[in-house]
Design a protein around this ligand. Structure first.
Ligand SMILES: O=C(O)CCC(=O)C(=O)O
Ligand SMILES: [Fe+2]
Length: 274
């Protein structure tokens, strides 16, 4: 009975709809600057575990308010490459004045499939990205469901990667940034669901395999992990706040624009991947 009452209370506060078949829920009717009590955070947490990604349109948080929202979920990590002028706990991701529309050979922030900061010994559980300035077209972010990717690998390949570990390097962000070793398949601490956990940006090689074999294996896994069937591609509106579970999804910032684009971002520290 109490549960039914809680459900009813929840349902009147916001509405949810699926963002895509692969993943994601769109949550409307919430103002994160005003409505963030413990019940709301607990409801959003439940939705995030179920859908892996939440789209919260119409949010007008300042950078400091975004950091406050982030702290409701855990401790915030800083990033070695970028910070907002108001606080080191918010990343300022901006691109402007680019000469060309497409940048083969250049790698703007996030433009490769990755889960965030996997070079870290305790990489972020959650990332939230808040769209402040957008180009007239382009600049989408694509997300891929790594539970589906793992569950649809062929049996032989699933067996082959069981127990393997991979080396992840943070050196793209500077010589002092740490490196880490993580399992190729991780088990989500809260749901128990397994997910592929290698990526094209930070994963360098699979431990214990010759270089060429490691490369072939990673290539094969990553080709599968980014199949369109597992992907939700978010087309941003200004004031969208999208938060995702890095234990469940990879993402890719599509670098197909030349005009200004500004995002604010926070990352919430996770545990050691197992
Ligand atoms: O700018 C984006 O769309 C995403 C960039 C990214 O990879 C991130 O914020 O973690
Ligand atoms: Fe990222």
């Amino acid at each position: 009975m109490a549960e039914a009452a809680a459900q009813a209370a929840r349902d009147t506060r916001f509405s949810t709809s699926r963002a895509s078949v692969a993943m994601g829920a769109r949550v409307e009717g919430i103002d994160l600057a005003r409505d963030t009590d413990a019940q709301l955070v607990s409801d959003l947490h439940g939705l995030l575990l179920e859908h892996h990604l939440l789209v919260l349109p119409g949010q007008t948080l300042s950078a400091l308010e975004l950091a406050d929202f982030g702290r409701l979920w855990g401790s915030l990590l800083t990033h070695p490459a970028t910070k907002h002028e108001d606080t080191e706990f918010v990343q300022w991701i901006a691109r402007e004045g680019r000469k060309h529309r497409f940048f083969p050979g250049e790698h703007p922030f996030g433009s490769g499939w990755h889960s965030d900061m996997t070079w870290h010994s305790t990489p972020p559980r959650i990332t939230a990205l808040h769209a402040r300035v957008l180009p007239p077209a382009g600049g989408d972010t694509a997300f891929s469901n790594q539970h589906l990717a793992y569950e649809t690998l062929d049996e032989a390949l699933r067996e082959r990667i069981e127990g393997l570990e991979a080396f992840h390097s943070g050196k793209v962000f500077g010589p002092d940034v740490e490196d880490s070793v993580h399992p190729v398949v991780r088990t989500h601490e809260e749901t128990g669901r397994r997910a592929l956990y290698v990526n094209s940006t930070f994963t360098r090689h699979v431990l214990g395999l010759p270089e060429d074999e490691s490369e072939r294996l990673l290539f094969r896994l990553l080709a599968h992990a980014s199949r369109p069937e597992f992907v939700y591609r978010h087309r941003w509106d200004v004031d969208d706040l999208v938060m995702w579970d890095n234990r469940s999804v990879m993402h890719y910032a599509v670098a197909d624009f030349s005009e200004e684009r500004v995002m604010h971002r926070i990352v919430v520290q996770g545990g050691k991947p197992r």
